[in-house]
Design a protein around this ligand. Structure first.
Ligand code: HEC
Length: 160
């Protein structure tokens, strides 16, 4: 009797463990999805600093503005050829949470233009953000427009 109970318990534990492993493992594109989301987090982090300074919520600091804009530009210029495997969009249930719309792949290479608009704007910002608050402000709008231009077409609204 004791032995049977033990066996039953072990069986339950095994099932529980394998379910844990399954959910931690996820789909075949999860690592690529998380890598691109990490890149976007870097974009967002630096835009928070730069936007905060431009709006007067954070005191302008030339060295920090220069560094943040150069980091943003570097992140925007990362090679992304392994970040967007086919099937890594938000219509595929095996993926981790992603907001990437299938339109990215259906209309490819149109999204490349959106990426180029961003690197063009971040390049100009990186040259100017350290040259005073006015120079920072003058070059933020193009960067913000490049972010929005891509999100409007290729990123799902919140949820999923
Ligand atoms: C070329 C298109 C494109 C451009 C340009 C772009 N984004 Fe995105 N962004 C996306 C897509 C698509 C996602 C959804 C990615 C996913 O969930 O797999 C995303 C997701 C994000 C996220 C959420 C990341 C997370 O944690 O899941 C942030 C923050 C973000 N973008 C900020 C920015 C900022 C700031 C800029 C401009 C400096 C920018 N993005 C420019 C397409 C773009």
């Amino acid at each position: 009797m004791r032995k049977i109970l033990l066996t039953a318990c072990t069986g339950i534990m095994l099932v529980a463990t394998s379910q844990l492993v399954l959910s931690a493992d996820g789909g075949p594109h999860d690592k690529a999805i998380q890598a691109r989301q990490a890149m976007f987090k870097l974009y967002g982090y630096h835009m928070g600093i730069l936007g905060g300074m431009a709006k007067g919520k954070i005191p302008y600091d030339a060295a920090i503005a220069a560094e943040a804009s150069q980091n943003l530009d570097a992140a925007a210029n990362l090679g992304q050829s392994t970040f967007w495997p086919a099937g890594s969009d938000n219509s595929n249930d095996e993926n981790v949470k992603t907001r990437a719309l299938k339109a990215i792949w259906d209309t490819y290479p149109e999204i490349v233009e959106k990426g180029e608009a961003l690197t063009k704007a971040t390049g100009v910002l990186a040259q100017n953000a350290g040259n005073g608050l006015d120079a920072l402000k003058a070059n933020m709008a193009d960067v913000g427009a490049a972010c929005k231009g891509c999100h409007d077409d290729y990123r799902a609204k919140k949820k999923k």
